[in-house]
Design a protein around this ligand. Structure first.
Ligand code: SF4
Length: 64
């Protein structure tokens, strides 16, 4: 099973807290802008949920 991840880039301020919680999913590129993998294995669920919890902009969502 996989999970689908969406980030509202109009909210994201590229602070990068999510990168620390789920480094396999979220990364900051060379311009310090957030990039992310939109589909990931279930095994990443706990990490993604942790990223959702720490995101100060509440910009991360798991989509059905
Ligand atoms: S924690 Fe939230 S605001 Fe910060 S980079 Fe990640 S998605 Fe963007």
């Amino acid at each position: 099973m996989t999970i689908k991840i969406d980030v509202d880039m109009t909210k994201c301020q590229h602070y990068g807290q999510c990168v620390f919680e789920a480094p396999n999913i979220f990364r900051l590129n060379s311009d310090d802008k957030l990039e992310y993998t939109a589909e990931a294995d279930d095994s990443e669920l706990a990490n993604v949920e942790a990223a959702i919890d720490v995101c100060p902009m509440q910009a991360i969502f798991i989509v059905d």
